[in-house]
Design a protein around this ligand. Structure first.
Ligand code: GLA
Length: 697
């Protein structure tokens, strides 16, 4: 006899079919200009990192000719060229650069200038050793790698300001320079562990807390005799330390790199025309600093999308794109991506043929307006000699060049319809660096990985909604039908109020495990989880458990397993409904609620107290999207096919990509124009890594 879970599965399938009708008309757009699309240029662009300083000038023309032939439109240059632009202190040489930019424009390529502050020249670091970073072990780094400058050194900042300023004076009004990249990957957020930094950290704490009493109270320093009697006693944490101190150190790192960046932005803005954008190349889920404040002053966010070993995980990569789009809640650029292989991973395998093209289109689908390969051609010597390239050491194209050329040609062919378009979602996932760090500091089980959990929510929710925003927990939430926050560990009162307002006004908030445990000082809240949201939820966490093995759970979402983490929920108020319960497990959890939900205000709040297996996560997502009235943007697609949508008034574009290793047929919800082959169709056949762009208006 079929089990009750069988009937539930059938029910959910029917519900999915019922709700799976695609949105007929595009959802209303948040009306913001799209600064990622450069006036006068194609709406979607492709480019490369190019290093003219590494080659004789006589070679440039051939490089640029080959780029133009491949339909590349952007060169990012100069981010490591300091010694060439300022060969000795105060002597600048930009003539060569002006010629390179001019020659690029002759080949219809615009330039993005990187400030070269990731690589201070030897004359600088030798004459002023205080500009070099000090490692946690007290040793100054040696010259010859990169990111060796000290982001806290006032002298280093002065040099950074000067070179950025000189570049801006010379190129701030050059019509062929469309924008700027500050530094390169923000020195991987590495800090200098020197006295200057320590003093700055102490000063920052003083400005934040005002009195030591205040600081001592919030950090609970009576624990282990940590009490501070003067600011100079406070150390930079190395290794494990007080959680309040550790979280503030992370925030100080964020502050340091934000002001390091601002120093250069100020230098550029004073001299550059307003048409030139300023961005920085971030790194997906890199967590050295909080990306929301650091992207605040940028025109738009960019990121470097590398796979490393293996092949692209379309969900994880899509999530990283959406994370980047969420930093400023607008389109973004992929400033660098992998030309087949990298040189820094454990196994630098090559992407399969067609995989990079699929990745480039995926980026566009998720809201990128430019994709640049790193790099055009390797220097003949240097640390990255054997990284992937478009042009070999002999200066002629490698086979990968053709795949880039094909993709860039497709970009150029269809670019116009992308003008003014962006993804729009009804579902948001909340991400919080504070919560991420708080959990990292005290994982409790090494298996608890909040990014993996976020990815499992994303996978399940995106499959159904086909468009998900990833935004800061403090982002405006009106307009979202469903907001899910797995692992929102740090949930102070102001954030709880913000979330409650969303729920009161009709939103559905779903919290995942470990939520609502800490305040902004990384101290335990004097309430049980989820802290300030207990009353609205009508339930609280009685006790939590790191699991050494999986435990059964069952209920409205079916039967399955809880793994890694389980919380025992208890009803606190009428109206709360239990959706899942643990089965026989460790005695404590037996028959106890694992997931509860409650209507509150005009909306609903749901708490998921365990890490659920994939099947349960899928039915959780079905229940959440259905309950919240979320509609898929396109409708059913076969397994392994990713669909993304970009919207502008009166039209929507669907980007369909087959990440499965077999052919797939996708039925279109209605007849649409397939832009790559120019035909109208009701369905489309996709080979592995196949891409179709369907215009619906
Ligand atoms: C990074 C850097 C580039 C280059 C590539 C290699 O992301 O920004 O300069 O080193 O990696 O993959």
């Amino acid at each position: 006899m079929p089990s009750s879970s069988f009937f539930r599965a059938v029910l959910y399938f029917l519900l999915f079919l019922f709700t799976a009708a695609p949105a007929e008309t595009p959802a209303p757009l948040r009306n913001k200009p799209i600064p990622t699309q450069i006036p006068g240029q194609n709406a979607i662009l492709m480019g490369v990192a190019w290093y003219p300083e590494q080659w004789p000038e006589s070679r440039w023309e051939e490089d640029l000719r080959l780029m133009e032939a491949a339909n590349l439109k952007v060169v990012r240059i100069t981010e490591f060229a300091w010694s060439r632009m300022e060969p000795s202190e105060g002597h600048y040489d930009f003539d060569w650069l002006e010629r390179a930019i001019g020659l690029a424009s002759k080949h219809h390529l615009v330039s993005v200038l990187g400030t070269p502050t990731a690589t201070p020249p030897a004359w600088l670091t030798q004459k002023y050793p205080d500009t070099l970073r000090v490692e946690p072990n007290g040793q100054r780094v040696a010259h010859g790698n990169r990111a060796h400058g000290s982001s806290t050194s006032p002298r280093y900042r002065e040099f950074c300001h000067r070179i950025a300023e000189q570049m801006a004076i010379r190129f701030g009004h050059n019509p062929n320079v469309v924008g700027w990249q500050i530094d390169n990957e923000y020195g991987y957020a590495q800090m200098s562990y020197d006295e200057i930094t320590r003093q700055q950290f102490q000063g920052w704490l003083k400005a934040k807390y005002g009195t030591l009493d205040h600081l001592n109270t919030h950090w609970s320093t009576s624990y282990w005799s940590q009490t501070y009697d003067n600011w100079e006693e406070i150390p930079i944490p190395v290794g494990e330390h007080n959680p309040g101190l550790m979280l503030d150190w992370k925030r100080f790192i964020t502050y340091t790199w934000t002001s390091y960046q601002q120093n250069q932005i100020d230098a550029i803005r004073e001299h550059a025309g307003p048409h030139q954008f300023i961005t920085g190349n971030l790194m997906g889920f890199f967590d050295g600093f909080d990306h929301y404040p650091i992207t605040g002053p940028l025109t738009f966010a960019s990121w470097d999308d590398y796979v490393g070993t293996g092949h692209v995980d379309s969900a994880y990569n899509g999530l990283a794109h959406d994370l980047t789009r969420g930093f400023k809640r607008q389109n973004f650029w992929v400033m660098e991506t992998q030309p087949g292989a990298v040189n820094w991973s454990s196994l630098n395998n090559f992407l399969n043929r067609g995989e990079a093209r699929a990745m480039a289109w995926q980026a566009i689908g998720h809201g990128a307006d430019d994709v640049n390969y790193w790099q055009w051609r390797s220097a003949l010597n240097g640390q990255e000699e054997i990284h992937g390239v478009l042009v070999g050491s002999d200066g002629t194209p490698v086979p990968f060049y053709n795949e880039v050329a094909q993709t860039a040609q497709e970009f150029a062919k269809v670019e116009d319809v992308f003008r003014g378009t962006q993804p729009v979602s009804e579902v948001a996932l909340l991400y919080s660096y504070d919560s991420h760090w708080a959990i990292q500091f005290q994982r409790h089980t090494e298996k608890y990985d909040d990014i993996k959990l976020l990815t499992s929510y994303y996978r399940a929710l995106r499959q159904l909604s086909q468009s998900v925003d990833v935004v800061s927990a403090y982002a405006p939430l009106e307009g979202y039908k469903l907001v899910a926050a797995p692992s929102l560990n740090v949930l102070p009162k102001d954030l709880a109020d913000h979330l409650l307002e969303y729920v009161r006004n009709g939103g559905h908030l779903a919290l995942g495990p470990r939520s609502g445990m800490k305040d902004e000082f990384n101290a335990l809240l004097p309430q049980r989880q989820p802290g300030f949201l207990v009353d609205a939820l009508g339930a609280r966490v009685e006790q939590y458990y790191a699991l050494e093995k999986d435990f059964p759970v069952s209920g409205a979402w079916g039967d399955g397993q809880a793994s890694i983490w389980a919380e025992q929920l208890k009803s606190q108020a009428p109206g709360e409904e239990v959706l899942l319960r643990y089965g026989r497990s460790n005695g404590w959890l037996d028959e106890q609620p694992s997931v509860t939900t409650r209507a509150f205000g005009k909306g609903r709040i749901t708490y998921i107290g365990a890490v659920l297996d994939d099947k349960l996560m899928a039915s959780a997502a079905e229940w959440m999207t259905h309950k919240s009235g979320v509609t898929p943007v396109f409708g059913p697609v076969p397994d392994g096919v990713e669909v993304s949508r970009r919207v502008s008034a009166g039209k929507q574009i669907f980007i369909l990509i087959n990440f499965a290793q077999e052919n797939r047929r996708v039925a279109l919800p209605r007849s649409m124009k397939l832009l790559l082959d120019g035909k109208w169709a009701d369905s489309v056949d996709l080979t592995p890594y196949g891409v179709a762009i369907a215009l619906d208006r």
